[in-house]
Design a protein around this ligand. Structure first.
Ligand SMILES: [Zn+2]
Ligand SMILES: [Zn+2]
Ligand SMILES: [Zn+2]
Length: 711
C-alpha cells in the first residue's frame, strides 16, 4: 500500500481527538497546501477524504461534544484554515468536497452552524452541485445542514430551491440525488411555508405549486425511497397552512393524498387526512350557532318530512332534541308562573336545575310581562318575588337550596352549583363558570354538568380533559352527554390534525396526533348510539366519523365505502332536518373535507394503485430492515456525518417517522377516561397504566387494583 494512504488510516479514528488547539498553525503554509494536494490523490472515498483533511488540518474530533466545544472556542482559527484550504483549491474537487463534508459535520452543532452560515456556507456548497464528482457530497452536506438547521438556515437554503429542482429534473434515475434533493426542499421550503407570519413576497418567489409538482413527480418514480416519500408527504402537509390554493390547483396531488388514505402505514394515512382537513378551512362556514325555540315550534307544526320523522320516532320522540327544547321552554314558563302562586323558591330551584341539564337553551331571559295601559308599552312587573327578571332567580334559588337544612343534602348542593354555574354562563362570565365548576368537582366529582361547564370555555387541552372525564361521570343527562361528546370529538380532532401538521420526523407527535384522532373516532361512534337524529351537531359529527374511519381503517374499507352507509343515511337525515327547520345546511370545514375525499377516493385508489402497493413495500421493508435510505449508497459520508457520540445522547439520527401501532397509541391515552395527551402519569406501582391525574387514577382504582396487584 502506498504511504499516504497508510498514514491516513493510522491517524483516523480516535486519535483525532488528541489534536489540541495549541498545536494548530494560524495559517497554512504553501508547503502544507502542496503536500495536501499531493497526498489527497491517494485517498479515496469521501469519508476517508474528510477524515484525512481533519487530521491534516489538525482539527478536533468532530464526533464528540468535547471536539465540537474546542471547535467552538477556537472557531476563527480553525475556520480560517478550512476557508484557506477551500479557496486555494478551487480546482481540486476532492479537497472541496472533503472540506464541505467537514463543515456539514460541524453544522450538527447549532452555534457552529449559525456562524458557518453567516460566513457563507450555503454559497460555498452550491457550486459543488455542478461538478460530477462532488454533486452527491454537496447534496449530502446541504441535506445535513438543512435537517439540523433552524429557521434562519432553512430560509437561506430555500433560496436555492431552483437548483435542487433542476437536479430532480436532470437526474430522474439517480435515487440518491432525488432523495437528497426532496428531503432538503421538504425541510427548507416546508419550514418557510409553515411559518405563522408568512413572508408572502419570499414565498411567491418560491413558486410553491411548481415545487409541489416536481416533488410529486419524484414521489411517483419507481426509484423513490421511503425517506423521499416521507419527506414529500410532510412537505405537502406543511403547505396546507398557507398554500392550500397551490395544493388544490394540482388535481394529481389531491389524488395522491386520497390514495395515501389506503396505504398500510397509519401515520401516512392520518397525515393525508390532516392535509385534507386543513386545505378546506379557508372557504368553510361556521356551524349554525343558535336554535330559536320559536323557529323550532313552527317547524314542528309544519310536520317533519317522512324520513327524518321515522328516525325520530324510532329513537323516541320524547328524547329528541326538538321535543325536549319545546317541552323545556313550556316547563320553564310553567315553573315561573307556579312560583308567583306558591313562592316556593326551593321547588323552583330544583326544577330549574333539572331543566338546565335537559337542553342547552333551557332558561332564557324573560319576565312577568304586562302591557301598561297608559303608555301601551310592555313592561316587566314586580310580582313581589325577590327577582324581576327570570334569570335573576338562579343565584337566589341557589342560596335557598344551600340553606335548606343545617346540613344540606348533596343533591341540593349539586343543584345549587348547577344554578350558579349556569348563571355565570348566561352572564357570559365563562372564567367564573369554570372556576366555580372546578370547585364543585372537588366536592362531588360525579356530576357531569360541572365538566360540561369547563368544556364549554376552557382552552382546548383543558376542555378535552374535562369532557373526557365528564363522559365517565355517573350523574349525567342525555343532553350533557352528547354535548360533551361533540366537544370531545371536535377538540380531539382539531388537536390531532394540528399535531400531525406540525410534526417533525421521527417525533412522538405522530403517536400523539394519532391518539387524538382515535379518541375522536371512539367518541363519534358513541355519539351515534346516544344522540337523537335531530341533535344539533349531528352533521359535523357524522362528517368527522366518516373521515376518521377512512383514515384509521385505511385499506380495510371497501372502495365504495359501503361500510359507511349507515353514516351517510344519518347525514342525509340531518340535512333534511336542518333544512326543514329553516336553517342553511352549512358548508362546514368537515363537510367540505369529507366531500373532497369522497370525490377522489375510489378513482385515486385505482389511478395510484401501483403507487400504493409500492409505498406499502417501502414502508414494510424500512421498518423490518431498518434500511431506510438507498441501499448500498456509493459513499459512507452520510454515516460519518451522522456519527456523533454526543454525551447527552440527545441526537435524532432517524429521518423517518416512527412506526405506530395500537400499543404505541395507547401509551398516549388515559387508561380511565381515554383522554389523549402527552403528559400522562404512570401508576407508580405497576407502571403499566397511565392517567391524566390523581382524580382519574382514583376513579379507576376499583377496576385496576386486581391487575395492578397481580404484577
Ligand atoms: Zn429529514
Ligand atoms: Zn383521565
Ligand atoms: Zn398499577
Amino acid at each position: 500500500m502506498p504511504g499516504p494512504r497508510n498514514r491516513q488510516k493510522n491517524r483516523s479514528g480516535p486519535s483525532m481527538s488528541n489534536a489540541s488547539p495549541s498545536a494548530s498553525a494560524s495559517s497554512m503554509s504553501v508547503a502544507t497546501i502542496d503536500s495536501l494536494v499531493n497526498e489527497i490523490d491517494e485517498v479515496n472515498g469521501w469519508k476517508a477524504i474528510a477524515t484525512f483533511l481533519c487530521t491534516k488540518l489538525k482539527l478536533p474530533d468532530l464526533s464528540r461534544r468535547s471536539g465540537l466545544k474546542k471547535m467552538h472556542a477556537n472557531f476563527s482559527e480553525y475556520n480560517k484554515k478550512l476557508n484557506d484550504a477551500y479557496t486555494k483549491n478551487v480546482g481540486n474537487e476532492k479537497i472541496l468536497g472533503g472540506i464541505i463534508g467537514i463543515w456539514a459535520k460541524m453544522s450538527v452543532d447549532a452555534v457552529l452552524r449559525n456562524r458557518l452560515v453567516k460566513d457563507g456556507l450555503i454559497t460555498k456548497i452550491m457550486p459543488l452541485m455542478d461538478l460530477r464528482s462532488t454533486r452527491l457530497v454537496g447534496l449530502e452536506a446541504l441535506a445535513t445542514v438543512t435537517h439540523h438547521g433552524g429557521l434562519d438556515v432553512r430560509i437561506e437554503i430555500a433560496k436555492h430551491t431552483p437548483t435542487l429542482l433542476r437536479l430532480l429534473e436532470e437526474f430522474p434515475d439517480n435515487a440518491k440525488i432525488n432523495e437528497l434533493a426532496v428531503t432538503t426542499v421538504s425541510h427548507s421550503v416546508g419550514s418557510v411555508v409553515n411559518e405563522e407570519h408568512l413572508d408572502t413576497a419570499f414565498v411567491r418567489t418560491l413558486e410553491v405549486s411548481n415545487v409541489l409538482r416536481r416533488v410529486l413527480e419524484a414521489m411517483r418514480r419507481p426509484n423513490a425511497t421511503v425517506i423521499l416519500v416521507d419527506h414529500g408527504i410532510s412537505l405537502i402537509t406543511s403547505c396546507t397552512r398557507h398554500c392550500h390554493q397551490d395544493i388544490k390547483s394540482l388535481p394529481p396531488l389531491v389524488s395522491l393524498l386520497a390514495a395515501c388514505l389506503r396505504v398500510n402505514d397509519i401515520s401516512v394515512r392520518c397525515s393525508a387526512l390532516a392535509s385534507f382537513i386543513r386545505i378546506n378551512l379557508p372557504n368553510s362556514e361556521e356551524e349554525n350557532r343558535f336554535f330559536d325555540p320559536a323557529v323550532l315550534m313552527q317547524a314542528v307544526k309544519r310536520r317533519f318530512p317522512d324520513g327524518p320523522l321515522e328516525s325520530m320516532v324510532e329513537y323516541g320522540l320524547n328524547n329528541c332534541e326538538t321535543t325536549l327544547l319545546i317541552k323545556t321552554t313550556t316547563d320553564y314558563q310553567k315553573a315561573m308562573m307556579q312560583c308567583t302562586q306558591d313562592r316556593d323558591m326551593y321547588t323552583l330551584g330544583k326544577t330549574l336545575a333539572s331543566l338546565i341539564t335537559r337542553t342547552e337553551f333551557s332558561v332564557s331571559e324573560g319576565g312577568f310581562q304586562y302591557v301598561d295601559e297608559r303608555t301601551g308599552r310592555t313592561e316587566y312587573a314586580d310580582v313581589g318575588l325577590p327577582f324581576k327578571m327570570w334569570t335573576d332567580s338562579l343565584p337566589y334559588c341557589a342560596k335557598i337550596l344551600r340553606q335548606r337544612n343545617s346540613s344540606p343534602r348533596d343533591l341540593d348542593l349539586d343543584d345549587a352549583d348547577i344554578l350558579e354555574i349556569k348563571f355565570h354562563i348566561l352572564r357570559q362570565r365563562i372564567p367564573d363558570a369554570i372556576a366555580h365548576a372546578e370547585k364543585a368537582i372537588k366536592r362531588n366529582p360525579h356530576v357531569a354538568y360541572f365538566y360540561y361547564a369547563i368544556g364549554l370555555g376552557a382552552d382546548l387541552p383543558k376542555a378535552l380533559r374535562a369532557v373526557k372525564k365528564g363522559l365517565k361521570a355517573k350523574q349525567t343527562t342525555l343532553f350533557v352527554k352528547y354535548y360533551m361528546l361533540w366537544r370531545a370529538i371536535a377538540v380531539a380532532g382539531d388537536m390531532g390534525v394540528t399535531n400531525l401538521a406540525n410534526v417533525r420526523e421521527g417525533a412522538q407527535e405522530y403517536s400523539e396526533g394519532i391518539a387524538f384522532l382515535m379518541s375522536a373516532l371512539d367518541d363519534a361512534k358513541t355519539f351515534f348510539e346516544v344522540a337523537p337524529p335531530d341533535a344539533r351537531h349531528m352533521a359535523v359529527i357524522v362528517n368527522w366519523f366518516v373521515v376518521l374511519t377512512i383514515a384509521i381503517k385505511g385499506p380495510e374499507l371497501s372502495l365504495d365505502l359501503k361500510e359507511l352507509a349507515p353514516a351517510f343515511k344519518k347525514l342525509e337525515t340531518a340535512r333534511q332536518i336542518t333544512e326543514h327547520i329553516g336553517f342553511p345546511y352549512r358548508k362546514t370545514q368537515m363537510r367540505l373535507s369529507r366531500e373532497m375525499i369522497m370525490r377522489s377516493y375510489a378513482k385515486a385508489a385505482k389511478d395510484f394503485d401501483s403507487t400504493i402497493t409500492y409505498y406499502d413495500t417501502l414502508y414494510t421493508s424500512a421498518y423490518s430492515k431498518e434500511e431506510r435510505s438507498v441501499a448500498g449508497a456509493e459513499d459512507t459520508l452520510a454515516a460519518w456525518l451522522e456519527d456523533l457520540a454526543l454525551e447527552d445522547g440527545d441526537h435524532d439520527t432517524h429521518c423517518l417517522h416512527p412506526r405506530i401501532n395500537s400499543n404505541t397509541v395507547a401509551l398516549y391515552r388515559c387508561t380511565y377516561c381515554g383522554n389523549p395527551s402527552a403528559a400522562l402519569r404512570k401508576c407508580s406501582q405497576c407502571g403499566k397504566v397511565k392517567y391524566c391525574d390523581a382524580a382519574c387514577q382514583k376513579l379507576h382504582w376499583g377496576e385496576h387494583k386486581a391487575t395492578c396487584k397481580a404484577t
